[in-house]
Design a binder for this molecule. Structure first.
Ligand code: ADP
Ligand code: MG
Length: 176
């Protein structure tokens, strides 16, 4: 059942990085919200906190960074307080992220079809082979030749094709 109201409601989000040269207060109380089916563009100069905001929402801030304060209410649940195990189920299934560096996000030793299949298999709890019709559809959706791309390794694709594969993977689980 879909929840009424905001799908994502971030309030007073504060993230700091404890570097050896001092504390970087990267986010000083970010508020944003969006409903299901909405798109939100975040614009700002380099270093203003766009990436850190997105990573914090996905709970992907790593040491020496830390979420210090604030709430990330997603579908009624505060992700800031969620266990890592439960967060793993939200990530890549209910919400997903398309990373900026497609090459470093794809596994170089696995064929592309298998990698996309893996992400669908995870969300649907089915075998990877069973996902292949859907993988093909997804690749077609992002404007790639399914047969060719499925059987390619990441190094055989151009940067733009890799980025499309990442978009396909992000959409594969039909995140909210
Ligand atoms: N691992 C880190 N260690 C220290 N500071 C960081 C780290 N990651 C990001 N920051 C700082 O957080 C701030 C926001 O960065 P970021 O979200 O990447 O900006 P952008 O809006 O360009 O995506 C910047 O001042 C950046 O230097
Ligand atoms: Mg950025």
């Amino acid at each position: 059942m879909e929840m009424k109201g905001k799908l994502l409601d971030v309030s007073n989000l504060k993230v700091s990085f404890y570097t050896y040269r001092g504390v970087v207060k990267a986010l000083n109380g970010v508020d944003l919200w969006m409903d299901s089916g909405e798109r939100l563009g975040v614009v700002g100069e380099t270093g203003c906190g766009k990436s850190v905001t997105s990573l914090a929402v996905m709970r992907l801030i790593e040491q020496p960074g830390e979420i210090q304060e604030g709430k990330v209410i997603f579908n009624g649940t505060n992700l800031v307080e969620l266990s890592e195990e439960k967060m793993n189920r939200v990530r890549g299934v209910e919400m997903s992220m398309i990373f900026q560096e497609p090459r470093s996000s794809l596994n170089p030793v696995m064929k592309v079809g298998y990698q996309i299949g893996e992400s669908i298999a995870k969300s649907k709890k089915i075998k990877i082979k069973q996902t292949y019709p859907e993988v093909k559809e997804m690749l077609r959706l992002v404007g790639l030749d399914p047969e060719r791309v499925m059987n390619s390794y990441p190094h055989e694709l151009s940067g733009g094709m890799s980025q499309r594969v990442m978009i396909g993977m992000g959409l594969a689980s039909h995140p909210k």
